[in-house]
Write a protein that binds this ligand. Structure first.
Ligand code: F6P
Length: 361
């Protein structure tokens, strides 16, 4: 009997740390007698013609710090379990059967799926079909309820804070309002953490309904205090007049494409206050580059734990960072479709409010 083989696949939007997880799986897998096989281009790589290749420990050199994913990824396609504005879609039985057949041909005794809510929802459907899957939670949005933190989030926050630091000096030099639009589809974690760490004056998130009168009041208060500039951070998923701002409404195999709220917010602030207002959309800069040291250790712990779960045949589960700071596992079924949102009455928001930061409410 040959060596046991683990398949590794990355799904959904990329994020810093994917390669660090792959590295941890391959290295820990090797020590435990597993050969790793990378599936390329997301789960569609399991469909005919299969896109797969062996991954050796030697291939892992330099991956701890490399952004993106060496396996490639996709957030649309035949395995998409999320479509349009947050709708769940069942992956067709025929697609799952084709992948199962190819999984057996490849001799894989387990498949580790590294992804966010969409890919993990697919993972759960695959598990129900008899696939031996283990999930690893990824997303810069940090919005999965079953883990205290997803990897990629810390790096995205660091990028947003760097942007805020830079915007501060130019905003104060020109006495302008600078609006920074960050990612955060359903939850405003990036905006809230970066806003706090980067000294924003106004934080707008999906969890707290905002209005322009409150923002105007905050800007005018600052003027009275002699502060002639204001920094606003807004999550792309915050609702403007009860509506999401999007560039594309999505389709049957892809989610709605958010973006554009920052420019709208800046324009409305300018017309209300008369202050020159500019917007910067941070966009995919948040998803690129080297992972922070926090994300590197989290990815490494996630990867090693995933291999342990494979060895113990704990399938249908996802690795998670537990409230006590330890690694653990939770059933995929309980992990998916549950968004972890910023608590409008929680300590994070209260801390910001204690400093006079406005949430536009
Ligand atoms: O889910 C992570 C995320 O970065 C969201 O914050 C964002 O809305 C989405 O991915 C963007 O995806 P894409 O790169 O496909 O536009």
């Amino acid at each position: 009997m040959g060596q046991h083989r683990i398949g590794i696949v990355t799904g959904g939007g990329d994020c810093p740390g994917l390669n660090a997880v792959i590295r941890a799986i391959v290295k820990a897998g090797d020590i435990n007698g597993y050969q790793s096989v990378g599936i390329h281009g997301g789960l569609d790589g399991l469909l005919t013609p299969v896109q797969a290749s062996p991954l050796t420990v030697r291939d892992m050199d330099g991956l701890l710090i490399r952004g993106g994913t060496i396996l490639g990824t996709a957030n649309s396609g035949r395995f998409a379990a999320k479509a349009g504005a947050g709708k769940t879609r069942l992956v067709p039985q025929k697609t799952l059967e084709e992948a199962k057949k190819n999984l057996n041909h490849l001799g894989l005794s387990a498949l580790i799926i590294i992804g966010g809510d969409g890919s993990l929802t697919t993972a759960q459907q695959m598990f129900e079909m008899g696939f031996p899957v283990v999930g690893v939670p990824k997303t810069i949005d940090n919005d999965l309820d079953a883990t205290q933190m997803t990897f990629g989030f810390d790096t995205a926050v660091a990028c947003a804070v760097d942007a805020l630091d830079r915007l501060h000096s130019t905003a104060s030099s020109h006495n302008r309002v600078m609006v920074l639009e960050v990612m955060g589809r359903y939850a405003g974690w990036i905006a809230a953490y970066a806003g706090l760490a980067g000294g924003a004056d106004v934080i707008l998130i999906p969890e707290i309904k905002f209005n322009f009168e409150a923002i105007q009041k905050k800007i005018e208060e600052r003027e009275v205090q002699g502060k002639h500039f204001t920094i606003v951070i807004v999550a792309e998923g915050a609702a403007l007049d009860q509506q999401l701002v999007a560039t594309d409404s999505g389709s049957s195999d892809r989610e709605i494409k958010l973006g554009g709220i920052g420019h709208e917010v800046a324009a409305r602030i300018e017309s209300l206050t008369g202050k020159e207002s500019r917007c910067v959309v941070l966009g995919h800069l948040q998803r690129g580059g080297q992972p922070t040291q926090w994300d590197r250790q989290l990815c490494t712990r996630f990867g090693v734990r995933a291999v342990r779960m494979v060895a113990k045949q704990e399938f249908g589960q996802m690795v998670a960072l537990l409230p006590n700071g330890m690694m653990g596992a939770v059933p995929l079924k309980e992990a998916v479709n549950k968004i972890r949102a910023v608590d409008p009455k929680g300590e994070l928001v209260m801390t910001a409010r204690a400093l006079g930061i406005s949430f536009g409410d």
